[in-house]
Design a protein around this ligand. Structure first.
Ligand SMILES: *[C@@H]1O[C@H](CO)[C@@H](O)[C@H](O)[C@H]1NC(C)=O
Ligand SMILES: *[C@@H]1O[C@H](CO)[C@@H](O)[C@H](O)[C@H]1NC(C)=O
Ligand SMILES: *[C@@H]1O[C@H](CO)[C@@H](O)[C@H](O)[C@H]1NC(C)=O
Ligand SMILES: *[C@@H]1O[C@H](CO)[C@@H](O)[C@H](O)[C@H]1NC(C)=O
Length: 480
């Protein structure tokens, strides 16, 4: 499954919590935690207002690496922190030094250096490189170079396909000193810092992380005895096992980026895909999306931001039809009078039949008011997010040296963020809204009921939604 190459992001939500968690199912802790939202905003988007108090992805990466004193664990789908404008095989090929400077490529270099410095400080660094073997043309070069000659650095490729027959690791996580955790949509490349929108979460400390690590970071010697189950049995259920009581932890958090007022404890949770990684405890990522949509209060708003949208699988044979997310949306429109605002990326690699599925969803508005007996005040609104320059991306030159006419490097200029926020719950995710991501792709997401994070994420969404870069899509035209 070659999902990896064409995914980039735009909004970043990060959450850093510092807490002492303890199992089981609902735990409370009095220890202090902090949460932030983190965002990447592409350059050349002058009409996008900035939301105060939201951190920048590049800064957060550098801080995590810079502050780690004992260990740094990184899960990445692929690495391309160093731009390669001189390599004819690269999507950066042919851009000048001045161009690269403008594009913000230095930020990727700075992050790379911060990781290298951590490695030189003798911090134990582990890269689990959750992809197949990286992407063309660099593949495993960057983590391999960092591991080379440094016994304190471990570089491991997890070939998910060898365990499960299919799938890549799409999860993107940093853990510093087993304390600060960062969960994100942003890939490990320079473009995710300055050319794409992204979202992430972070948290801090404890048992939860230990358990999480036990699942993900497998000692190479143990590879043949993975602690992950080879499959899970789901009797009589079409789809994921729905846990009635997924693991959640209740904590008081400070949100220095927004307000300091929330010291009341609220629920937080991690969710995972595929089902084999739930470890019998966590919520499935698809379920977390559905639950967050359904958490909306009567007459309130659900805001959804995604790169991809498709009511079916993209890479499976035979094709799987899956309407869980769109059904949840129609349900709250009908029964909770909710307004659902859906922002979907429109770029060079948009999925060709996404448009039909979106228009199909938009038809919920017609159905909702199709009977005089319907008490219909809810609605769906859908916009495409077009980052300027999205249709002029790729190398600046052909390998023979002639100009391509592109003005930005390949696989840039896209809204890559994935999150949903109701009036009470926020869910910051790795997965695109496509069947494959929930069922055969490894992903990690974070959900929270912390009101300050919920409000701030709504603000981040509204800044995008109300910007000139978000263009409404029209319902099907009836032709008679
Ligand atoms: C450590 O993190 C803080 C932010 O929490 C940052 O201001 C500081 O520069 C970081 N230190 C290093 C060495 O990166
Ligand atoms: C890093 O991992 C890659 C992929 O598994 C492997 O080919 C390479 O030899 C490793 N490099 C080092 C220095 O361990
Ligand atoms: C939030 O509270 C902490 C501890 O009470 C304090 O150190 C910090 O300065 C406060 N931050 C803001 C933004 O008010
Ligand atoms: C790129 O997209 C913009 C905005 O949709 C459009 O005006 C322009 O003609 C497109 N350019 C090309 C080369 O397709």
């Amino acid at each position: 499954m070659n999902v990896s190459n064409n995914k980039r992001a735009n909004i970043i939500v990060i959450l850093i919590i510092a807490a002492n968690f303890s199992l089981p199912h609902v735990s409370e802790s009095s220890q202090e935690c902090k949460e932030w939202l983190v965002q990447s905003i592409p350059i050349d988007m002058p009409h996008l207002p900035r939301v105060p108090g939201v951190l920048s992805t590049g800064d957060v990466f550098q801080w995590l690496a810079g502050n780690s004193s004992k260990r740094l664990d990184i899960i990445a789908q692929y690495w391309e922190l160093l731009a390669a404008p001189d390599d004819p095989r690269s999507r950066d090929y042919g851009y000048s030094k001045a161009n690269m400077q403008e594009f913000g490529a230095k930020e990727g270099y700075d992050v790379y250096k911060a990781i290298e410095n951590a490695a030189d400080r003798n911090v134990n660094v582990r890269y689990d490189y959750l992809s197949h073997s990286g992407v063309y043309p660099e593949y495993t070069t960057e983590p391999s170079n960092l591991a080379s000659g440094r016994p304190n650095v471990k570089n491991v490729t997890l070939l998910l396909g060898e365990w499960y027959g299919s799938g890549i690791v799409h999860a993107k996580v940093w853990i510093s000193d087993h304390r600060d955790v960062y969960i994100r949509s942003a890939n490990q490349d320079w473009k995710s810092l300055t050319q794409l929108t992204q979202n992430q979460f972070g948290m801090n400390n404890g048992k939860l992380i230990e358990q999480f690590l036990a699942g993900y970071f497998i000692d190479p010697k143990e590879r043949c005895r993975s602690p992950l189950p080879p499959y899970v049995e789901i009797p009589l259920v079409a789809g994921y096992p729905t846990l009635s009581d997924p693991y959640m932890f209740k904590i008081s958090v400070q949100t220095p980026g927004y307000s300091n007022s929330t010291l009341w404890p609220h629920f937080n949770c991690l969710s995972f895909s595929p089902p084999e990684l739930l470890l019998g405890t966590y919520q499935a990522d698809e379920q977390a999306w559905v639950d967050t949509i359904k958490s909306v209060g009567s007459g309130s708003i659900v805001r959804i931001n995604t790169m991809d949208w498709l009511g079916q699988s993209e890479y499976m044979t035979p094709t799987v039809y899956r309407s869980s997310i769109s059904s949840a949306i129609s349900e709250v429109v009908f029964s909770k009078q909710a307004t659902v605002k859906l922002l979907v990326a429109y770029w060079k690699y948009s999925i060709s039949n996404a448009d039909q599925y979106l228009k199909f969803l938009l038809d919920s508005n017609v159905l909702c008011s199709s009977s005089k007996y319907n008490d219909c005040a809810g609605k769906v609104e859908i916009k495409y997010y077009k980052v300027p320059g999205f249709n002029l991306t790729g190398p600046a030159k052909f390998p023979i040296g002639t100009s391509t006419g592109n003005i930005y490097p390949g696989f840039t200029r896209v809204n890559h963020g994935k999150y949903v926020v109701s009036d009470v719950r926020a869910h910051v995710a790795t997965s695109n809204l496509v069947w494959d991501y929930f069922y055969v792709t490894a992903g990690v997401s974070f959900g929270t009921y912390t009101p300050a994070i919920v409000s701030q994420l709504q603000q981040v969404f509204d800044a995008d939604w109300n910007s000139p870069y978000a263009v409404p899509i029209k319902a099907f035209q009836l032709s008679c």
